[in-house]
Design a protein around this ligand. Sequence first.
Ligand SMILES: O=C(O)[C@H]1O[C@H](OP(=O)(O)OP(=O)(O)OC[C@H]2O[C@@H](n3ccc(=O)[nH]c3=O)[C@H](O)[C@@H]2O)[C@H](O)[C@@H](O)[C@@H]1O
Length: 430
Amino acid sequence: MSHLDNIPSTPGKFKSPYIHRLRFHPSLSKFTFCFFLFLGLILYFFFLSSPSSSPISDPSRRSLRTSTWGGPAWEKRVRSSARVRSRNGLSVLVTGAAGFVGTHVSVSLKRRGDGVVGLDNFNDYYDPSLKRARQALLDRTGVFVVDGDINDSALLGKLFSVVKFTHVMHLAAQAGVRYAMQNPGSYVHSNVAGLVSVLEVCKSANPQPAIVWASSSSVYGLNSKVPFSEKDRTDQPASLYAATKKAGEEIAHTYNHIYGLSITGLRFFTVYGPWGRPDMAYFFFTKDILKGKSIPIFQGPDHGTVARDFTYIDDIVKGCLASLDTAEKSTGSGGKKKGAAQLRVFNLGNTSPVPVSKLVSILEKLLKVKANRKMVKMPRNGDVQFTHANISLAQRELGYKPTTDLQTGLKKFVRWYLGYYSGSGKKSAE
Ligand SMILES: O=C(O)[C@H]1O[C@H](OP(=O)(O)OP(=O)(O)OC[C@H]2O[C@@H](n3ccc(=O)[nH]c3=O)[C@H](O)[C@@H]2O)[C@H](O)[C@@H](O)[C@@H]1O
């Protein structure tokens, strides 16, 4: 038994012979005390200065891994990736470039001749190997994705000193509605602090870029009037995720008002498609149907249908590019506002909600496997019963017109999924 096991919970009742020895040697006792005090101080300052000091107490630090950036070779890659190859092309910094929407948007911009630099922290919210595979795809297209965090102001400052970005497509975020109950800190870290960090560098840039960023249909929260219009209230979010996106919209207003930043927020409605996110229902339903596992299909009160306005990725990309193309210039420079600037919010949905049970039926047909359905009461963890976008504003201002129905979009997704996960024989959809 170690002598530490003898320490009582009530001080003053200690009867160990060891303490008697200490009493008989006051100088030794003093020395021991000073030694432990010194050791304690060293440990305290060490942990205080270490960037990875508290991975357990602050789970949001998951994404704050140290990254390597800078140096002449790195700057050359950034410059080359940012080179504009078409007349009147844009020079765009895409945050979250190795994410689902980020990858598709980056490829489309690059293909039409815009300059694109990506930024992504490659965190492990879902399988990072999928993000690396998207990065490889981007690399082949000529888009360099910088490995770094949006909260790293020094890195953002450096990027803006190397390239005069005309636009920022800010898609980096902590996504997912239900995960917010497991890791709330990561939502505040990415969707609130991260957004502010991006807006800070944009406001100080000279010239200031125009910003387009990803908000979410989830800001409509518990609203029951459908379809959801941009004019509707957004003050009753059902999840912390939704609350951080709503906070983002208010923060955008502030930076527009004080600094003259041109800002457009896009409320995406359940985006799906090839290279999608494995945490989303259509993706893990596909995996689990193929494995013969049961599929939990949520039901509202009184067996009410749960439905989503599923929106295909190509339609979303068109909406993103149209937002960039119609964004007016920011009016400020070097942190000073020179006049009123554009501030917009658009719904980007499909205007055609589909019940989740119908989504499963489509997958069954495409996969030629019967799903093992399990109807369950919708858990109280952030989900809302239905979403439905009114897109008339986006139609009018952006020329946005979604053209892909769920059946057609899922067919493309399933083709990609089967090719991706069985193609190389190495990957697994875990
Ligand atoms: O529209 C949006 O803004 C949001 O869309 C999705 O959120 P969600 O619509 O909840 O997408 P999924 O998690 O893929 O769920 C799709 C549907 O399946 C249902 N579901 C989900 C999981 C499950 O086990 N069973 C089930 O029936 C959900 O209730 C929902 O109706 C994204 O995950 C969010 O990041 C995004 O912001």
